[in-house]
Design a protein around this ligand. Sequence first.
Ligand SMILES: [Zn+2]
Length: 283
Amino acid sequence: MDAARADGRRAGAGWRGSDGALGTLCRSVRDVVLPRGCAGCDAPDAVLCDDCRALFDRCYGRELQGSLSDMAYAAAVYQGVVRRCILDWKDHDDAELDGPFARILVATLGRSGLMAAMAAMPTMPACGPDLRRPVLVVPAPSSPASMRRRGRRHLMPLVRALSEALCEAGIPSRTSLALVSTAGGGRSVQQISAAQRAQRIGGHIAVAPGASLQGAPVLLVDDIITTGSTLRQCTDVLRHAGALPVGGLALAQAVASHRGDCEGDEGDVGEAGGDGGSPSRNA
Ligand SMILES: [Zn+2]
């Protein structure tokens, strides 16, 4: 039953890419025939049960050089149930996890101290005395091929929730697709130029054509931190464009940080990702 539900969800996800309307219909039928269970443990009638959600209650910090806080934070370690939930969401079209994952990242933002850092930004010397630019919440870009496969920008619901949380805390904010991936083919002339700049910095990430980033504080968001190289590249590209990357947030990181978590508890820190799966970084 549990396996059938999971397989049913994945089968429904498979229809999505080829035909949006058919995919939607198939998912509706699937949801009636195969009522969903928790993405982590298949407990009935839950998108993410309390026990599985609690695995995302942490706040692991790791170094993000070049950002104002020098830190990126993750809510969980990418292994076991956490890995299963994220893959279900990211690669098997379980969009019902958007809500729970958005709330998890908002909680991580609160735990991380990044919120406090951003509240203090207008007085930071690097920003200049008059800077009141809204904080841009920017997703790490997926490659065009990954976006085509998923049929959506899966990080956007999380990015929107973070921006709303900042606004509610009195910190002006908006979402921004300021970064693009230059991996793969089919580039416009503008993108080729962006790709050339990105290659000089050392990666496949570039500023989106037309993005205005000079002096803009930026909160970076990704799903999984594996080696940290994606967030580092994002940070480098943003700084090169005159932005002020504040730090990063992710749902999970592949290896628990040596710097411990925000709550000062390293008790369950260990190696992650040993179950043979791919790191699943945006290819
Ligand atoms: Zn569960």
